[in-house]
Design a protein around this ligand. Structure first.
Ligand code: NDP
Ligand code: OXD
Length: 307
């Protein structure tokens, strides 16, 4: 019985050490080594290898990231459990990034950066946090964790999810019927949705038109959720004031893409959060233990929903 680590060698070495201590009965292979695919019960990878059918005894397929949109569900046998990464490192980094992004957009840092490029020293009018409405698309593991960190600033907080939710101190909207009301009350929109058929292209001209004039976008979900042309139009018309994007489509954008040099846009190279090997190894080990005890792993993907 074996575990296969199909990613970078540096993180693989940390996993190997943790597995040797905690699951010594399990053979551990890095993808660069020779191994018998029939022995592999557990596979950790960013996306499914083309020859997944070689792993005929596979039980758990772990994504090394929190997202699973990179897997093609039709290539994964129905009995194999697909598991997204749920670990403290990803959560902590996303909390930092969302706080950074919200404060950047709230305190006009995008406009100040543009003023600096022209040598302009000029204070801009700004709202108090209590008057700024932050709206999250998605209320999953990462949005909930980010909201916890934003609460002390006393922003007004709202969320929109697929199913009904209740969070203390947060206005929770759900479903397509409530999306308009949610957007009309959002000054800084944070996208933390998984990429699915339903969320692909969701950040489009119609959605932007429902946001109040002067709204801002913080996009940390997935590139294909954003209509980049519609964003540029909304920024150029002045309807949207600024955007901070951690994800684009494609990644990276081509050198000549207008978003790179847009004065109202900050781009980071998909670094909002990154799986941390020490905590991720513990999370995967715990999930193998749960699975061996006949329980579902934490982060089990609902194949019908796609997240
Ligand atoms: P979760 O699966 O925990 O939560 C997803 C949330 O999105 C849920 O609240 C869900 O609603 C909601 N949702 C899904 N589909 C819809 C829909 N059609 N309409 C309305 N709401 C919907 O995800 P995480 O919080 O763990 O992660 C979110 C995403 O963040 C990941 O999938 C990944 O794409 C991205 N990510 C980006 C990173 C980066 O570095 N930029 C790093 C890590 C993740 P409900 O609660 O009702 O099910
Ligand atoms: C992830 C990511 O899904 O890095 O973890 O985007």
């Amino acid at each position: 019985m074996a575990f296969l680590f199909n990613s970078d060698a540096a993180r693989g070495a940390i996993f190997r050490k943790a597995f040797a201590c905690e699951l010594p009965d399990l053979e551990f292979y890095h993808c660069s080594e020779n191994f018998d695919p029939e022995k592999v019960r557990y596979l950790l990878t960013w996306s499914a290898p083309d020859d997944l059918s070689r792993f005929c005894n596979l039980e758990l397929l772990f994504s090394i990231g929190a997202g699973v949109d990179q897997f093609k569900p039709e290539t994964i046998p129905g009995h194999v459990k697909l598991v997204r990464m749920v670990e403290d490192g990803i959560v902590r980094m996303m909390q930092e990034y969302v706080v950074l992004g919200v404060l950047t957009l709230h305190r006009e840092m995008v406009a100040y950066r543009e003023q600096q490029s022209r040598g302009v020293w000029q204070a801009l009018a700004t709202s108090q946090a209590t008057d700024r409405r932050i709206g999250f698309l998605g209320l999953g593991m990462l949005a909930q964790a980010a909201i916890d960190r934003l609460k002390p600033f006393r922003f007004s907080l709202a969320t929109w999810s697929r199913s009904k939710k209740v969070v203390e101190g947060v206005a929770c909207f759900h479903g397509d019927d409530q999306l308009g009301d949610f957007l009309r009350g959002t000054d800084i929109l944070v996208c933390l949705l998984p990429l699915t058929e339903q969320t692909s292209g969701i950040l489009n001209a119609r959605l932007f038109s429902l946001l109040p004039a002067g709204a801002r976008l913080l996009h940390v979900g997935r590139g294909p959720q954003l209509d980049q042309g519609a964003l540029i139009e909304a920024l150029d018309s002045g309807h949207l004031a600024a955007a901070m994007l951690d994800v684009t489509d494609p990644e990276p954008l081509p050198e000549s893409h207008p978003l790179w040099s847009h004065p109202k846009v900050i781009i980071t190279p998909h670094i909002a959060s990154v799986t941390q090997p020490h905590s991720a190894a513990q999370a995967v080990i715990e999930n193998i233990r749960l699975h061996r005890a006949g329980q579902n792993p934490i982060g089990l993907v609902d194949r019908a929903l796609g997240y």
